[in-house]
Structures are given as structure tokens and as C-alpha cells.
Design a protein around this ligand. Structure first.
Ligand code: F6R
Length: 369
């Protein structure tokens, strides 16, 4: 089943051009200028009555949720809270009718996420899940569902389910924004077109990585470090968190994902030549601020790796190593930016001799507390 690949995780990383095509299949209606999310079961009238969205999830799915908050707030102007399912279920959460409780779960079987959904349902919220496994508990429990259509994910570390969830969250944000009368027909059409280009851009990046040996070489240089800092801002802050999680769970290197603006409030004290910093810095509205973070790290003797747009002359000069991504729409850039971080984590783990499909202490589906 792994074909030419050594690990499922490797296969699942490299097949994202195709899995993203599958995720988008049947969702983009160019003829009517809308997205199709039939099994969400949420009518335009119900959307108009919504007051807020609460996203519950764990791990990688939680980080997808952090990105979803940006999408939904920006395009649908609904307040969004993102909570760890394990925290939500043991609070006294403020939730009820008029709220959308949205779970994100690859397996659809994560016990904390299911319990959070049950709590939200008991309080009268409309419940929905972005889920990969058809017929899973989450899919059965919820009032509505968006299937990731990513195909089975076998590697313990989640990769293609993250990019599928991110795409589904953007589709949902467009759906909500349109139903709330906030998006012009041309704004929707632009987003549909940009989305339809995404699988091709992802495929291009991955193909270049597959043909070359760049990530293996980078891994050789960085596999012996014990600590990493990952920094991102705005839409790319969740990507910093997800990139750090990927590294720690399969390579056992300690990595922290931080919002870049928080650096000076503490983590900057850690910077020295023994702790490399990975910055995620596509040319978006906070790009200039990311450049100044790079300068701060360099001024303290740190090494900088930068996920940057291919050919970015400023980062080519200021950072020590570039992990290139093709230029894309601001809302899609985070989805492309995670790919180099998956590749980096994978190659570092392989270099360190870890069985990446079965990292110690981890299970694919966390069905116990
Ligand atoms: C990380 C990873 C986990 C899962 C988490 C939630 O690579 O795989 O953090 O994302 O256990 O799992 P699901 O999405 O199945 O609810």
C-alpha cells in the first residue's frame, strides 16, 4: 500500500496534491458562484440566526481550528472561539441556541472531542463536524457534517488531514459569509478560483521536494539540535504551532510554536546558537513585522530557517536557510506553508532513526482520556 514510499507519513505528505483535489471535489460551484456543503444541513436562514462559533478539537485538528478562526472571522464576521476539547468539556462553557459548535477531527473518534460535542448539543447549540472517517462517531452525533475527503490517514502524525481541514474551514467561512450577505459575487469567485489552484501549487512544491535532496540535507544539518522555536503571526501563527508539534512528536526534539509578536515577552531569552528559529513568513500583511523578528533572532546569534515565497530577496539575504513556497493568495499561503514543515519534521525524524509511523507513546486515535 505504501508503494514506492518508505513510510505512510511520507506517502501522505507527498500525496497532498491529490488529496486536496479530492477535498475540493464537488465543493466549488463556479456556475452559481457558491460553495456546496450539502451535508452541513445548515440553511441560509439558520446561518443568519447564528451569533457565534465555538470550535473544539485536539492536537493538529486544534491548530487547524486556530486557522479557521481567522477564516470565519474575516469572511463571515462571526466571533469564533477555539478551544481544546479536553478543556471545554470540563468548564462551564457559555454555549447554547444560536451557536455553532464545530468539531474538527480526522478520526471522528477522539473521546474529548466527542464529549465536547455532546455537551454543546445538550446546551442547544447546532453541532457540526469536519471529519475524515465516514460513519465515525462524530459524523453520527452531529447535526451536520463536512467530510474531509482526504482518504485514509494511517501515519500517526497527521498531515493531509490538516490541509484538508484547513480547506474545509475556508469553504465553511465562504459559505457563512455568503449566507450572511457579506461577500460580493466577485469576491466569492476569486476565492473559488484561488482554491481551485491550490492542489496544483501544493503538487508543484512537493514534486520539487521529491526530485531534490534539499530536505534531507537540511535534516542532516539540524537533526542534532535539542530545541527549536517556531514563529508565525496572524494566519501563520497556527502554522508555527502545527510545525512545532510535527517536529516534537516524530523527532522527539523539543519545539515551541509561538506568535511572533510574543517573542519579546519571554522566549527571546532562549535565543542562542543552540536554538534555531523557524519563521513562517509569506508576503502577507504582517511580513514586515516578521522580517524584524528575523533581525532580532540574528542579532542574538540565532540561526534562522524561513518558510518564504520562492525568490524572496529579503529573506534570502537575512535568513540562513529558506524553505520555499510558491506565491499564493494570503488565505491559502498557510496551507502551503505547512508542507515544508511536514517535510522538515519527517526528514529530521528519519535522520534520527525514528519509526515515524509509530512514534513512541502515541496512538493514531485517542479514544481514552
Ligand atoms: C498530531 C496528531 C494528533 C491528532 C489529535 C486529534 O499529528 O495526529 O494531535 O491531531 O489526536 O485527532 P483527531 O483529529 O482524530 O480528533
Amino acid at each position: 500500500e505504501k508503494g514506492t514510499y518508505v513510510h505512510y507519513m511520507q506517502k501522505e505528505i507527498y500525496e497532498q496534491g491529490r488529496s486536496l483535489t479530492d477535498t475540493l471535489r464537488g465543493r466549488l460551484d463556479f456556475e452559481h458562484g457558491r460553495v456546496v456543503l450539502d451535508s452541513l444541513n445548515l440553511s441560509a436562514a439558520q446561518v443568519q440566526a447564528l451569533e457565534r462559533v465555538t470550535i473544539v478539537a485536539c492536537g493538529t485538528s486544534y491548530y487547524a481550528g486556530l486557522l479557521g478562526k481567522h477564516y470565519i472571522e474575516r469572511l463571515a464576521r462571526l466571533p469564533v472561539e477555539v478551544d481544546y476539547a479536553s478543556e471545554f468539556r470540563y468548564r462551564e462553557p457559555v454555549i447554547g441556541p444560536g451557536h455553532l459548535a464545530l468539531a474538527i477531527t480526522q478520526s471522528g473518534e477522539t473521546v474529548d472531542t466527542l464529549a465536547a460535542l455532546e455537551e454543546a448539543q445538550a446546551q442547544g447549540a447546532f453541532t457540526a463536524a469536519i471529519v475524515n472517517v465516514v460513519g465515525s462517531q462524530a459524523a453520527r452525533l452531529c447535526d451536520g457534517v463536512i467530510y474531509m475527503q482526504a482518504g485514509p490517514e494511517i501515519g500517526v502524525a497527521s498531515t493531509k488531514a490538516f490541509t484538508a481541514s484547513a480547506v474545509d474551514l475556508l469553504l465553511l467561512a465562504i459559505y457563512l459569509g455568503q449566507a450572511r450577505g457579506l461577500l460580493s459575487a466577485s469576491a466569492v469567485m476569486t476565492l473559488l478560483e484561488e482554491l481551485s489552484r491550490l492542489p496544483g501549487l501544493a503538487g508543484e512544491l512537493l514534486e520539487a521536494a521529491w526530485q531534490g535532496s534539499y530536505y534531507r540535507e537540511l535534516a542532516g544539518r539540524f537533526a542534532h539540535y535539542q530545541h527549536f522555536l517556531y514563529l508565525g503571526r496572524g494566519l501563520n501563527y497556527p502554522i508555527a504551532r502545527e510545525g512545532a508539534l510535527k517536529l516534537k512528536e516524530i523527532s522527539y526534539i523539543h519545539a515551541e510554536g509561538y506568535p511572533a509578536g510574543e517573542m519579546k515577552h519571554g522566549p527571546i531569552a532562549l535565543i542562542d546558537h543552540q536554538m534555531p528559529t523557524m519563521v513562517i513568513a509569506p508576503r502577507d500583511r504582517v511580513y514586515d513585522k516578521m522580517i524584524s523578528q528575523v533581525e532580532q533572532v540574528k542579532a542574538r546569534g540565532g540561526t534562522v530557517l524561513a518558510v518564504a515565497e520562492a525568490g524572496d530577496p529579503i529573506l534570502a539575504e537575512k535568513a540562513d536557510f529558506l524553505l520555499p513556497v510558491p506565491p499564493s493568495h494570503e488565505l491559502l499561503a498557510p496551507i502551503l506553508a505547512v508542507l515544508p514543515l511536514q517535510l522538515f519534521a519527517y526528514e529530521v525524524a528519519v535522520h534520527r532513526g525514528v519509526d515515524v509511523d509509530k512514534p513512541r507513546n502515541l496512538a493514531k486515535s485517542v479514544t481514552v482520556e
